[in-house]
Design a binder for this molecule. Structure first.
Ligand code: CAA
Length: 271
């Protein structure tokens, strides 16, 4: 075809779309609130994610495993309901999810955030330290995603967002267990993204660097100082900076992004 005039040209819309991000679907002017479930959602990065999703209009359920006192304080302060079970236990996950869905409706956004550390140099690492970290940080992602997957497929919509780590990308001395689990989360995401694509489900990872949470503050001070010295922006990140990545990936507009890893690490590592 000749290149004259407009005859062979596709008419793409060139005007900018409004910059608003739509987190919720609209039906006849009414906003339908989606339900989001955040594991480890009452403390640290998870708490910031729960609050940010609530502020974006989601009905939020925050799962936690151990700290009743922190969960009660979080609920009181935010109005977000908390649910106790261990993500390391498949049957507990299925039962917990059923309870959340009975209370808030089908879970359309799953944030796999729950994570633990059992740091140790490998020559001193026990099978228990290995198994606990794999059980929560990797098996936990399977245990939570698997029961929710059929519903997401049926409804032709879903968002699975897993919080990995810079240490799953680059490896970290003292964390063979944690680095293995967090790298596994990225492989899991890339495989599942391909399976979910045709069903309108996106599966993504956010890989935080060092964030100012209890987990990082538990690192010996001398080691922590040496870590901060390696962060080009010169500081630890904040939980809210990670939460903003999650809210974006959960939004309807992020539907073309799947199998991706958003690294938020202050320039410490480029993968
Ligand atoms: N960066 C740099 N050096 C480190 C290091 C790190 N992350 N971890 C350990 N080292 C160094 C120590 O400074 C020490 O060096 P020297 O011998 O020169 O003093 C050496 O490795 C051995 O360490 P320790 O003397 O502390 O050995 P230990 O057996 O008593 O303790 C440890 C080992 C439990 C792994 C302890 O060093 C530790 O907790 N290190 C931190 C590991 C780490 O970085 N964890 C990240 C937690 S935050 C997180 O996981 C969130 C996230 O996703 C980013």
């Amino acid at each position: 075809m000749a290149n004259g005039g407009d005859s062979g040209r596709r008419h793409f819309r060139l005007t900018a779309h409004p910059l608003t991000i739509h987190h919720q679907p609209k039906t006849r002017g009414h906003i339908i609130s989606r339900t989001a479930l955040v594991t480890g959602g009452s403390r640290g990065i998870g708490a910031a994610i729960s609050v940010a999703l609530r502020d974006a209009g989601y009905k939020v359920a925050a799962n936690y495993a151990g700290n009743d006192e922190a969960a009660a304080a979080f609920s009181k302060e935010t109005g977000i309901k908390t649910y106790k079970w261990s993500v390391a236990d498949y049957n507990a996950c299925a039962a917990g999810i059923a309870q959340v869905e009975a209370d808030l409706g089908p879970v359309e956004v799953l944030v796999n955030n729950a994570g633990i550390t059992r740091d140790s140099m490998f020559h001193k690492m026990t099978p228990q330290q290995w198994n606990e970290v794999i059980g929560t940080n990797l098996n936990g992602v399977f245990n939570m995603t698997h029961p929710l997957w059929p519903g997401m497929r049926e409804r032709k919509f879903g968002r699975v967002i897993t919080i990995s780590s810079i240490n799953g990308q680059k490896g970290q001395m003292g964390q063979a267990n944690y680095s293995a689990a967090k790298a596994g989360d990225i492989g899991f995401t890339r495989a599942l993204a391909q399976e979910g694509a045709k069903a309108g489900i996106t599966v993504n990872v956010v890989a935080p660097g060092y964030i100012g949470t209890d987990m990082v503050m538990a690192v010996p001070e001398k080691v922590r100082e040496s870590i901060v010295a390696q962060i080009p922006v010169g500081r630890l990140g904040t939980p809210e900076e990670i939460a903003r990545c999650v809210v974006f990936l959960a939004s309807d507009e992020a539907g073309f992004i799947t199998g991706s890893t958003i690294s938020a690490n202050g320039g410490q590592y480029f993968s």
